[in-house]
Design a binder for this molecule. Structure first.
Ligand code: SF4
Length: 426
C-alpha cells in the first residue's frame, strides 16, 4: 500500500510530501525524503526497546506495562524535586500531558531549546516576531540570508524545497540572491551567491553596525577589526537588504549559542523590524528537532512560557538557567527525572549526565539509548509520526498532522503519560 503526503518526523522542515510503501505492517520504501528521512522511517525498529523494563539488583529486567507505569508513578509521586525533560521529538498531545504531569507533581519541565534555540524564544518574548510561512518564502523571496546555520547539511531539503533553489510563483533561483554569514565556509555558503565570514562571537556587533547604517549612521572605519567583515561587504549587504522586494533571514545556533545569545537574536529581530519600514522582511529560526515549535506553542498557551517551567509552588514560574534541565542537573538539584523522547546522557554536558546516573530516572522512548541504560524504569513508546499520529509544528509555526503508517505493540507517549497521571491520582 502506498501512503502519500506523510510529514517527515525528523527536522523542523516537517516535509509533508513523503510517500511510504507499507506491506504487512512493514515499511518497504520511502520516496521524496532526504537521506535522514529515509533512515528514520526504514530503521525505526532498529535498536527499539522490546519490553517495559525495571532495574532490579542493578540489571534491567522485562516487566509488564502496568508494573512499569506503577513504578514510574511511585518515583514521581515520592520525588521532592522532579525534572521532566525532552519532548521536542514527540507529538503536541504528549507535550500537553507532560505539562499536566509536571503541575501534578510540582516538577520542573524543560525541552530542548534550553540547549539550542532557547535564546530565540527569549528574544521573541522581548521584541516580538516578524515571520512568514515557508510557502510564502518559496513563492516570493528574492533575498535569502542564512546566518549561523547550514541547512544543506542540517535540514537537507530546506534549500531545495523552500529557500534556495525552490521555484515559487513569483521567485526562483535566478531571481533570488543568497547570502550566508558564518564563521566558516559551510556547504550552504558554497551554494550561496555571497559568503560573508564573520569573526566568532561578533554577531551582535555586526548587527548593531548594520542597524545603525540602515538608519543613516556611518560604518566605522575599523569595522573589519571589530567584526571580521570588511566595510564594502557590509555596504553591499545593506543595499541588497534595503532594495529587496521580499527578504528573509534564517538563523541558527551560530547566532543563538555564540557570545550574546538572546541579545544577538533580539538585535537581529530588531534589524528586521527596521527593514520593514523600507521593504518586506521576515526572520525565522532554523529549528532542528521537528516539534520544538509545538512545545513552544502548547506550553505557551497553557502557562505563558515556552520552556524551563517550574511548578514547585503549584503555579508556573519561568526562569531559563534556574529551571533549565542542564543547569538543574549540573547543580544536582533534582532527585528524580522523567526523560521523554531524548537521550540526555549522550548529549548533555558531563556534570549533568553524571547526576542522572545518581538519581531515579524514568525513560519513555521507542529506542534503547544511553539514558535508558542508566534508568530505573524504561517504557517503550510508539514512534510519533510513524507508529502514532499526532500534531507537530513546523519551524515557521504551521501545525501539521503526523500520520501513523505502521502499528506498534506499544502505546504513544500521550497514553503512557495519561496512565502515569491516573496512577498518581489514584
Ligand atoms: S529535510 Fe528534514 S523534514 Fe525534510 S525530509 Fe529531510 S529530515 Fe525530513
Amino acid at each position: 500500500m502506498e501512503i502519500k503526503n506523510i510529514p517527515c518526523p525528523f527536522c523542523g522542515c516537517l516535509c509533508d510530501d513523503i510517500i511510504v510503501n507499507v506491506e504487512d505492517n512493514e515499511l518497504k520504501g520511502v520516496k521524496n525524503g532526504c537521506g535522514i528521512c529515509i533512515t528514520k522511517f526504514m530503521k525505526h525498529h532498529v535498536n527499539a526497546v522490546q519490553s517495559p523494563m525495571l532495574k532490579k539488583e542493578g540489571n534491567l529486567v522485562n516487566v509488564s506495562m502496568d508494573e512499569a507505569i506503577e513504578k514510574a508513578a511511585e518515583i514521581l509521586k515520592n520525588a521532592k524535586y522532579p525534572l521532566i525533560f525532552g519532548l521536542s521529538t514527540t507529538e503536541c498531545e504528549a507535550q500537553s500531558k507532560a505539562l499536566e504531569l509536571a503541575e501534578l507533581t510540582g516538577a520542573t519541565i524543560d525541552q530542548l531549546p534550553s540547549v539550542c534555540h532557547g535564546p530565540s524564544m527569549m528574544a521573541l518574548q522581548s521584541v516580538g516576531q516578524t515571520t512568514a510561512t515557508l510557502g510564502e518564502i518559496k513563492n516570493r523571496a528574492d533575498l535569502v540570508i542564512f546566518w549561523g546555520c547550514n541547512p544543506i547539511e542540517a535540514h537537507p531539503r530546506h534549500f531545495n524545497r523552500y529557500s534556495g533553489t525552490a521555484t515559487g510563483m513569483w521567485s526562483d533561483r535566478s531571481k533570488r540572491y543568497i547570502v550566508t554569514i558564518d564563521v566558516r565556509e559551510t556547504q550552504t555558503a558554497k551554494k550561496s551567491d555571497k559568503f560573508i565570514k564573520i569573526s566568532h562571537g561578533k554577531d551582535y556587533e555586526l548587527i548593531s553596525i548594520m542597524r545603525a547604517a540602515i538608519k543613516g549612521q556611518k560604518i566605522p572605519d575599523n569595522v573589519e577589526e571589530i567584526t571580521g567583515v570588511n566595510k564594502e561587504d557590509i555596504e553591499n549587504l545593506i543595499n541588497r537588504m534595503k532594495n529587496a522586494k521580499y527578504g528573509v533571514v534564517f538563523y541558527g545556533m551560530g547566532m543563538t549559542q555564540t557570545f550574546g545569545k538572546e541579545l544577538n537574536t533580539d538585535n537581529a529581530i530588531s534589524l528586521i523590524k527596521d527593514l520593514n519600514e523600507l521593504t518586506k522582511f521576515s526572520i525565522i529560526p532554523m529549528l532542528g528537532h521537528y516539534n520544538v515549535s509545538g512545545a513552544v506553542h502548547v506550553w505557551g498557551w497553557q502557562t505563558g512560557y515556552p520552556f524551563s517551567i517550574n511548578f514547585a509552588l503549584q503555579y508556573p514560574r519561568y526562569n531559563p538557567g534556574e529551571f533549565s534541565a542542564t543547569q538543574m542537573l549540573a547543580r544536582k538539584e533534582c532527585d528524580a527525572a522523567l526523560i521523554i523522547a531524548t537521550d540526555p546522557v549522550a548529549h548533555l554536558p558531563n556534570e549533568a549526565a553524571r547526576h542522572l546516573a545518581n538519581i531515579q530516572v524514568i525513560t519513555i522512548d521507542p529506542k534503547f539509548s544511553l539514558t535508558a541504560l542508566i534508568s530505573d524504569v524504561v517504557i517503550p513508546a510508539a514512534t510519533a509520526g510513524i507508529e502514532a499520529e499526532g500534531t507537530a509544528y513546523r519551524m515557521d509555526g504551521i501545525p501539521l498532522r503526523l500520520k501513523k503508517v505502521v502499528n506498534s505493540e506499544f502505546p504513544p507517549d500521550r497514553e503512557i503519560l495519561e496512565r502515569i497521571i491516573e496512577k498518581i491520582k489514584e
